[in-house]
Write a protein that binds this ligand. Structure first.
Ligand SMILES: Cc1cc2nc3c(=O)[nH]c(=O)nc-3n(C[C@H](O)[C@H](O)[C@H](O)COP(=O)(O)OP(=O)(O)OC[C@H]3O[C@@H](n4cnc5c(N)ncnc54)[C@H](O)[C@@H]3O)c2cc1C
Length: 672
């Protein structure tokens, strides 16, 4: 049989074992599938993980900072570390296309067959595109995966007027990303408020004001009827024939669970793949977890519940039959476009119930909005916009349906605090308090990790997986590490980055500024410099060396697309190699031209080359010194982060004409 294990050499002992005893197969390399594979490996299981996307598993939540230019590709990849004693073999760009349930085999897009002992489906969701006329026009995008983010980054270079359909979390994140790249952005939401799943009308209004204050237009209660344009998007038609001009439309109208595979093999499915309390489908050997799952009628669109489901499925596969998933309390604690948004509990259905009391705190300046829901004396939900220091404590209290006394609600209505003000620092929290909302990591788990030797944020991330999703809990973990006021961490080899960048910039600028080197005035003299710059053989040596350096720098610059480079070393290392080759190019240019800028096309070539080098060096310097440079956006993103990313974009722009100019240069040298 043509099994996947054939991919590796027959001397691979582990894979020989796999053919004897089938592994657990995980389908889906999103955060939840990856988490299941890690936990199985930690428990000594051999796992085969199929990831349909052509990219290494990445942190989907970080697509927004990537789109906004605040993080680079290498920074959003998920850790490749799978704990021992088990083993995980991951296959990127490979989908499971069919399952033979009777013989426990999966069929792959590569044409191969893989046996399994247990199968975990972690298929996630896809963007939902409503039937709006014109939704298939060029210039219309969705925002769900790496390919979408990449297409939007490319589009952002020319996008001027962006219209985002959907004012939920994703729509607002997409709006933030495009606004940070300088486009005029309008968000259109058909309900009467932003983030309608998480916020009530008053909270939605506070959020709207905050978003408008940073220059993003928001229209609520408006429906998009048509996207139109002759060959690409030109305008969007709203109700009552109101027309908005737009060159780019991003559709963020929700997601749909990927149920097609489950449907095709006869598993129960409704809005998601139906599972029981052990995360099992109606086939005993097949589990389903994450965003593709419907448990007790609920689908969760967040990472945290998916992680809880992964733990339960793994426990069952490892024979802990009493592990039970009782559902998660939907909890959102996010920074949306710089504003804190907190929503916990299903307030929409809670609001419909009888005997529910709600308490609101909203100071006159309108900067903050907080609302609590109390069911027969117990805290059941809360939502708010703006700073809410008690948010984490509230989350614990709602999770446990803690009782609330009348004097507490009176204090809340007066001051916005449910508990007496005291020490709110994480040091005063109980061990069971959740520090990382996305992964559900408690303060106790972080403290245990520190006791066992974790000294840095990266150590804590690796041992607890806290701070690996949205990143907002970083200050809390640093505080527990005793580094609360520590300055931002510099990138690796930052001194080298700065040094090489300065030298590269100086060498490139010298070519542009210094006068050409004087030469002997007769051919007869033929000194060294004369030979270097006029002897055709020497010119070819130096020219082709320069070409080779340029090509290798460009190839390394494309490292995000070259998987081999990713496997051969860290992103930081390749960045330093890229800059060092850039420096060599700058020196090579001096050797090849002798500070001569040339004329006509040669002059253009030199200017393009020098601009590429100088701005590349500035981008390298900014990266190396990033930890010490002031953050113009105070960490809030927005257009103000442009100063830091601008040199990189100019570097990339200046690079575009180079190949054509180089070809013309080489052709003319040989022609004349
Ligand atoms: C921009 C953005 C911001 C977000 N922000 C937050 C946030 O702040 N907090 C939060 O909690 N959540 C956030 N989310 C939601 C969060 O990303 C999802 O809840 C989470 O990714 C779900 O994980 P998953 O593994 O279940 O599914 P996914 O992440 O969707 O992964 C499923 C994977 O399975 C693959 N797959 C599907 N079918 C097959 C097949 N047949 N064979 C092989 N592979 C297959 C898919 O290609 C995909 O890669 C955000 C999402 C986005 C897009």
């Amino acid at each position: 049989m043509n099994v996947v294990a054939d991919v590796k050499t027959s001397s691979d002992q582990g894979l020989q074992e796999e053919t004897l005893m089938p592994p657990v197969v995980v389908v889906g390399g999103g955060p939840v599938g990856t988490r299941a594979a890690q936990e199985l490996s930690r428990r000594g299981r051999t796992v085969i993980l199929f990831n349909a996307e052509r990219w290494r598993p990445y942190n989907r939540v970080k697509l927004t900072p990537l789109l906004a230019g605040e993080e680079q590709v290498g920074q959003i990849y998920a850790s490749d570390h799978f704990p021992r004693p088990g083993r995980v073999h991951r296959y990127d760009g490979v989908s499971v296309v069919d399952v033979d349930r009777e013989n426990r085999l999966v069929a792959l897009s590569s044409g191969r067959i893989q046996p399994y002992s247990k199968l975990i489906l972690a298929l996630g969701s896809r963007a939902f595109v409503p039937a709006i006329p014109g939704a298939d026009l060029p210039g219309v995008f969705t925002f769900r995966n790496f390919d979408d983010a990449e297409a939007l980054v490319a589009r952002s270079m020319s996008a001027r007027k962006v219209l985002v359909i959907g004012g939920g979390l994703l729509g607002l994140e997409a709006a933030r990303g495009m606004a940070a790249r300088g486009a005029a952005v309008t968000v259109v939401e058909h309900e009467n408020r932003l983030m309608p799943r998480q916020l009530d009308l008053a909270a939605g209004n506070v959020l709207k004001e905050r978003i408008e204050a940073i220059g993003i237009s928001v229209l609520v209660g408006e429906r998009v009827h048509e996207i139109s344009g002759s060959s690409r998007v030109e305008k969007v038609v709203l109700g009552q024939d109101r027309v908005l001009e737009a060159d780019t439309v991003i559709i963020c109208t929700g997601v749909r669970a990927n149920t097609q595979l489950a449907a095709g093999i006869g598993l129960s499915h409704r809005r998601g793949i139906v599972v029981d309390d052990s995360m099992r489908t109606d086939d005993d050997a097949i589990y389903a977890i994450g965003e593709c799952v419907e448990h007790a009628g609920q689908i969760y669109g967040l990472v945290g519940p998916g992680y809880e489901q992964a733990s339960i499925a793994v426990a069952h596969i490892c024979d802990e039959e009493d592990a039970t998933y009782l559902g998660s309390v939907p909890a959102t604690k996010l920074k949306v476009i710089g504003a804190d948004v907190f929503s916990m509990g299903d307030f929409e259905s809670i609001e419909q119930q009888q005997d529910i009391k709600s308490f609101v705190f909203q100071p006159a300046d309108g900067s903050v909005y907080r609302r609590l829901f109390v069911d027969r004396g117990r805290l059941v939900a809360a939502l708010g916009v703006g700073d809410w220091p008690e948010a984490t404590r509230l989350q614990q209290a709602i999770g446990k349906r803690q009782p609330v006394r009348f004097w507490q609600t009176a204090r809340f209505a007066r001051s916005g605090d449910l508990w007496p003000q005291g020490d709110d620092s994480v040091a005063s929290w109980p061990r069971e308090a959740i520090v990382c909302n996305c992964t559900g990591t408690t303060k106790g788990a972080v403290l245990d990790s520190i006791t066992l030797g974790s000294q840095t944020l990266d150590d804590v991330r690796a041992t607890t997986s806290a701070n690996t999703v949205c990143g907002t809990c970083k200050p809390l973990i640093l505080e527990l590490l005793g580094q609360g006021d520590a300055p931002p961490e510099p990138v690796r080899w930052w001194r080298w980055l700065i040094g090489v960048s300065i030298l590269g910039a100086l060498a490139a600028l010298a070519t542009a500024i210094l006068p050409r080197i004087a030469l002997a005035d007769t051919y007869a003299t033929k000194d060294f410099w004369f030979s270097l710059w006029f002897d055709s053989l020497w010119k070819q040596y130096t020219g082709y060396t320069l070409l080779a350096l340029t090509v290798s720098a460009a190839v390394i610059g494309l490292r995000k697309r070259i998987r081999l480079l990713g496997r051969l070393g860290s992103y930081d290392g390749w960045r330093l190699v890229h800059l060092t080759i850039g420096l060599a190019c700058a020196l090579g240019l001096v050797v090849h031209t002798g500070f001569r800028l040339g004329s006509n096309l040669n002059l253009l070539l030199m200017l393009s080359f020098l601009a590429t080098l100088v701005f590349g060096a500035v981008a390298g310097f900014v990266k190396g010194a990033d930890h010490a440079l002031p953050d113009p956006g105070q960490g809030q993103g927005g257009a103000t982060t442009v100063p830091k990313t601008l040199p990189l974009w100019v570097h990339i722009l200046a690079l575009w004409p180079l190949p054509v100019l180089l070809i013309i240069h080489i052709a003319t040298v040989y022609a004349f």
